[in-house]
Design a binder for this molecule. Structure first.
Ligand code: FE2
Length: 238
């Protein structure tokens, strides 16, 4: 299994043979994200590595302010992902598909798994990424949609440059997964709102970040032509 080319940019695929309902109990048990204003984002976070998928000691999640002007340089401490989720065959199967697409040897990668629910109700829109168009600050990422319930919107865009029109945009439905080279492209997901009034809506995703231990791969990638200043990152639609 060969590691994906450094020239790879992004790809929208579908997960195969996954019982997405198996993830539902753990998404229903996510605690609020204490780092956003408003009660619309719920999340857990853990890190893993291979060869078997084993959880690494907890480390706060920190992004550089150069890529996250809202929460950058702030160590964020999230609740750990529940062991019962990690032990699920579907969780292992999800990882196998991510590894298969990227050609990853799990022993040569460190994964961050963000389990996130965004909710909306009435006039309260959920905003998946308040920081706007961004990179996560890793080598590769995968965004897997696990559930959408009574939700409109939440369109995912991929950008070669954060000030350009999207190179690609799509609504991710349950079972859809977008793979990105986080060194080459930027991503964003727009606000979501309820499709039927009177009932709350939610969108569940896993965001899997990958840090490669393969320096040759990293070094073969030129950084984006525009290394942006903080002020270039502006929230959209807020
Ligand atoms: Fe992101």
């Amino acid at each position: 299994m060969a590691l994906i080319s450094p020239d790879f940019t992004f790809s929208h695929q579908q997960l195969a043979d996954l019982d997405l309902n198996a993830f539902a109990p753990s998404f229903a048990n996510l605690p609020p994200d204490p780092y956003v204003k408003g009660d619309f984002r719920f999340r857990r976070y853990s890190r893993y590595t291979g060869p078997a998928l084993s959880r690494l000691p907890y480390d706060d999640f920190v992004q550089s302010r150069s890529i996250n002007y809202l929460s950058g340089d702030i160590p964020r401490e999230f609740a750990e992902i529940e062991p019962t989720l990690t032990e699920l065959a579907e969780f292992q199967h999800l990882f196998a598909q991510v590894n298969g697409f990227f050609g990853l040897d799990p022993a040569r990668a460190v994964y961050g798994v963000h389990q996130i629910r965004i909710t909306c109700s009435g006039a309260d829109h959920g905003l998946p990424v308040p920081e706007g168009i961004h990179q996560d600050g890793f080598d590769l990422i995968a965004i897997a949609c696990i559930a959408r319930n009574n939700v409109d919107g939440a369109e995912t865009g991929i950008f070669y440059h954060p000030q350009d029109e999207p190179a690609y945009s799509a609504t991710l439905f349950p079972g859809d997964i977008v793979y990105c080279n986080d060194r080459r492209v930027y991503h964003y997901t727009s606000a979501l709102q309820v499709s039927s009034a009177g009932v709350c809506g939610y969108r569940d995703v896993f965001v899997i970040t990958v840090t490669l231990k393969d320096e040759q791969w990293k070094n073969s990638i030129l950084q984006p032509a525009s290394s942006l200043s903080d002020s270039s990152f502006q929230p959209l639609g807020v």
